[in-house]
Design a binder for this molecule. Structure first.
Ligand code: IMP
Ligand code: MG
Length: 183
């Protein structure tokens, strides 16, 4: 096990790159079975999903398209709520099967919001593929069809996921080391 320090906090290895690849292989197998002949559009949500999207798509062997979107959060001055807007979607998704590719589903706020926006744009079928899923934090009802790795409510970094902007480049996934992080 190895330790790293990010912004003064200690993280330790949690999921090795070989475990990650194995889990992605399993999810890809399921997707290849389900998506045959549907010509799906895979929509990867940046920034966090860039590594997962690259490795997943190398293992997907059905005819498909891949595109990238971002979700921008901004304060809505009129409702004082936090509005999320989908940006960068140039494809016409009317009547199509869309597979959202995410790094992690935590409370589900982000994924539910993206799901609703795609639905209102006329997608016929929407599936969610996520590298990581925290079922104990999930508060929504949108089904998480393809979850490669299920984890407890820990804070993790690496393989696309960041802690205050750092750690996305790490090949393995690390968890905050509470024991050695008492300050
Ligand atoms: P949700 O909207 O609560 O499901 O949160 C999803 C977003 O929160 C992800 O796309 C990540 O950017 C971030 N996030 C949630 N959990 C973690 C974590 O453990 N490490 C790093 N980022 C996380
Ligand atoms: Mg994300």
């Amino acid at each position: 096990m190895s330790s790293i320090v990010i912004h003064g906090h200690t993280f330790k290895t949690k999921i090795s790159s070989s475990e990650i690849q194995k889990a992605i292989g399993e999810v890809a197998k399921q997707i290849n079975k389900d998506m045959k002949g549907k010509k799906p559009l895979f929509l990867a949500v940046l920034n966090g999903s860039f590594m997962f999207a690259a490795d997943l798509m190398k293992k997907v062997n059905v005819e498909c398209e891949i595109s990238f979107v971002k979700v921008s959060s901004y304060e809505d001055k009129t409702s004082s709520g936090n509005v999320k807007q989908l940006i960068g979607l140039n494809e016409d998704i009317k009547g199509r099967t869309v597979v959202i590719v995410e790094d992690i589903v935590d409370t589900g706020n982000t994924i539910e919001n993206v799901w609703e926006q795609l639905k209102s744009l006329g997608a016929a079928e929407i599936k969610i593929a996520t590298l990581l899923f925290k079922p104990n934090a999930y508060t929504k009802t949108v089904p998480i069809e393809y979850a490669a790795i299920v984890i407890p409510n820990d804070f993790i970094v690496g393989y696309g996921l960041d802690y205050k902007g750092l750690g996305r480049n790490l090949e393995d996934i690390y968890v905050l080391d509470y024991e050695n992080d008492k300050k």
